[in-house]
Design a protein around this ligand. Structure first.
Ligand code: PBG
Length: 313
């Protein structure tokens, strides 16, 4: 009877699994703060993707660790960039057809300073320049779409990026590529482990000039309004657990498909408790995911995607 009257359901096809692609061959390097997650070379990423497809997972969210970084984030938009190359391999493999290939669009993994955009420096003062960053981000989105991304997912939080990306995609004949906007992304301590995983910690300053203040609900809604007006096809809310009621509020206001990102810190803190025997892994994992769905997310980006899919069967 409990199952008959259940209001919220989890299914593998509404889970997205992040992958961190690195150069080399046969590389499978565990991320110390994220047990069970790895930096993977392309050949290993393909194996991981095959496992995800077999488990019925909905898609992948791809991040890249380039061999070299510079001030212009060349690796982000280069035709032979790490994620572009990975996308071509993944798209070639028929066993992966059921997976939606989503490319994260940001510059932080590719800039030598680790900021999400172009930095102008004047002595001790620095500024992340909005407009020159947007130009590079749009170029990055078009290049990832051309390499095969079904969806591009900008996580940089610069202003005006969605409109610029839509234009760049349309001009490149990539009208079919959808944009999933990280519309409401809060400056959060919970991204800590990701910065190890993606080697993207800012070398100076922090991300508060472009990511949102966790105290601001109305501003979050305004960011979403702007992204919808600029042409976003779907929305991503992030982090999830400390912001569940923001997801709820957005679900009530907007009709666009909406997902939530259970970020690295949410995963790591649960794992830390699992390691100490303080929480029951399977129950705590499923409860954390169900809470996000109940708040109103249609789909969830989660490092637990494979583990949860195995439980769901
Ligand atoms: C890139 C980006 C970040 C995350 C996703 N895209 C890091 C950040 O903004 O610092 C975080 C994801 C996670 O913590 O799992 N800008």
């Amino acid at each position: 009877m409990r199952s008959l009257v259940r209001e919220t359901h989890l299914r593998p096809s509404a889970l997205l699994y992040p992958l961190f692609i690195c150069p080399g061959e046969g590389v499978r390097k565990e991320i110390s703060s994220m047990p069970g997650c790895f930096n993977l070379s392309i050949d290993e990423a393909v194996k991981e993707a095959e496992e995800c497809a077999a488990l019925g997972i909905g898609g992948l969210l791809l991040f890249g660790l380039p061999a070299e970084k510079d001030e212009q984030a060349t690796g982000a938009w280069a035709e032979d960039g790490i994620v572009q190359t990975a996308l071509r391999e993944l798209k070639k493999n028929r066993r992966l057809d059921s997976l939606v290939q989503i490319a994260d669009v940001c510059l932080c993994e590719y800039t030598s300073h680790g900021h999400c955009g172009v930095v102008a420096r004047d002595g001790d003062h620095f500024e992340v320049e909005n407009d020159s960053s947007v130009a590079l981000l749009a170029k990055t989105a078009a290049s990832l779409a051309k390499a095969g991304a079904d969806i591009v997912a900008p996580s940089d939080m610069m202003d005006g990026r969605i409109a610029a990306m839509r234009d760049a995609l349309d001009e490149g004949g990539l009208e079919q590529t959808a944009i999933m906007s990280y519309a409401a992304k809060f400056a959060s301590a919970f991204y800590g482990p990701f910065r190890e995983a993606a080697d993207s910690a800012p070398q100076f300053g922090d991300r508060r000039s472009y990511q949102m203040d966790g105290a601001n609900m109305r501003e979050a809604m305004r960011e979403i309004d702007l992204d919808i007006a600029e042409g976003a096809d779907m929305l991503l809310m992030k982090p999830a657990m400390p912001y569940l009621y923001v997801i709820r509020e957005a679900r009530g206001r907007y009709d666009l498909p909406m997902g939530a990102y259970q970020v690295s810190g949410e995963y790591s803190m649960l794992h830390a408790a699992f390691q100490r025997g303080w929480l029951e892994p399977e129950r705590a994992m499923m409860e954390s995911l169900l809470g996000i769905r109940r708040a109103g997310a249609d789909f969830i980006v989660t490092y637990f995607a494979k583990d949860a899919a195995k439980v769901l069967g």
